[in-house]
Design a protein around this ligand. Structure first.
Ligand code: OAD
Length: 320
């Protein structure tokens, strides 16, 4: 048993009867992975994976699809969406974030929606990539064309850590960009320089800033380049079809720090599971992706933080 990984194992005997072994490693001061180890499926019925099996899974040849959510940026100090400190709770005083993050709200009160996004952008810009982001940048360096990252995060931290736009599909957009609200621009454009990077919660947008946020082509109001709750994924803005194609082609899927609350990520996980592709899920809590692994018996659920697992996972990958 590799004590650093500290996962349980399931063996199947010749007659098909499972023997489960909960080989909890002895905690030792120099071994943080072991100290944090615990088994969510302790004495439950399904998947337990040999640590050596995990290493073997990570050596699966072919495209690795990495799917990330807000949990990856939690260690950078950006609140997760559905956590206690999440944006859902700390948005505008008068509106729930689900109400603000809509095309309907933008039509009704564009200035307030922009102010809310500029505050959120300020939180993202004040954060730095963490060890998990850096591990994924290293994974791309090593994997090249066999690396593909699909992220729900709009904070841009994967790109700031070194992942390339070519190999990073930002399926919910990027908070540093804006689009013409009439979609007259061929592509999203960066927010203008005149917009403050530091934005206190509740600060309204000035008339000068509103002018700067007009479409450089047609002069109508721009909108943040993010996917809103009353909108659908598309290829042009959110790489919808490309993400599905990646799930169809991947040999291995690694899902990190997402609750599985949105449709496209769950669709990608389901495609992979239906294709019999192994899935590795990293999260402090079980979630619908770990349930997929449990059901398929093909992969591993690694309980813990992204930063705790990703460096080890990436180090175990073969070079391209
Ligand atoms: P959520 O806030 O729904 O979930 C965050 C996940 O991260 C949870 O499963 C946590 O258990 C996990 N988590 C917390 N800390 C972690 C850590 N240190 N390491 C690893 N995991 C950790 O965020 P998302 O799943 O990303 O979409 O939310 C998806 C989408 O919900 C968002 O992109 C947003 C919202 O609808 C849009 O705005 C379109």
């Amino acid at each position: 048993m590799d004590r650093r990984l500290g996962v349980c194992r399931l063996e199947v005997t010749g007659d098909g009867a499972p023997i489960r072994e909960h080989a909890r490693p002895e905690p030792s001061s120099g071994d943080s992975a072991a100290q944090h180890w615990h088994c969510h499926w302790h004495c439950s019925t399904t998947l337990l994976v040999l640590d050596d099996s995990l290493k073997q899974i990570l050596r699966t040849p072919g495209l690795i699809l990495w799917l990330t959510g807000a949990g990856v940026s939690a260690e950078s100090g950006i609140p997760t969406f559905r956590g206690k400190e999440g944006y859902w709770q700390v948005g505008s005083r008068h509106y729930q974030p689900e109400e603000m993050a809509t095309w309907a709200a933008f039509q009704e009160m564009p200035d307030e929606v922009w102010a809310w996004y500029l505050y959120r952008r300020s939180v993202c810009r004040g954060a730095e990539p963490n060890v998990a982001h850096r591990a994924l940048a290293k994974a791309e360096e090593r994997g090249g064309d066999l690396f593909l990252l699909v992220t729900q995060n709009v904070d841009g931290l994967h790109l700031r850590a070194g992942n390339t736009l070519d190999r990073t599909y930002q399926i919910h957009g990027n908070i540093d960009f804006m689009r013409c609200s009439r979609e007259c621009l061929p592509a999203p454009v960066p927010l203008p320089e005149g917009i403050d990077l530091v934005w206190n919660k509740g600060r309204p947008v000035t008339e000068r800033e509103l002018q700067a946020l007009k479409c450089p082509s047609c002069g109508t109001m721009t909108r943040p380049h993010v996917l809103w709750f009353d909108e659908s994924y598309d290829e042009a803005n959110f790489r919808f079809q490309s993400a599905i194609d990646a799930a169809q082609q991947a040999s291995l899927v690694v899902v990190v720090g997402t609750s599985g609350g949105t449709s496209l990520p769950m669709h990608l996980g389901t495609i992979a599971a239906q294709r019999g592709v192994p899935m590795v899920v990293i999260n402090p809590e079980p979630n619908p992706f770990s349930a997929l692994v449990t059901r398929s018996g093909n992969g591993a659920f690694l309980s813990g933080a992204a930063g705790q697992w990703l460096p080890e996972i990436v180090d175990a990958l073969p070079s391209a």
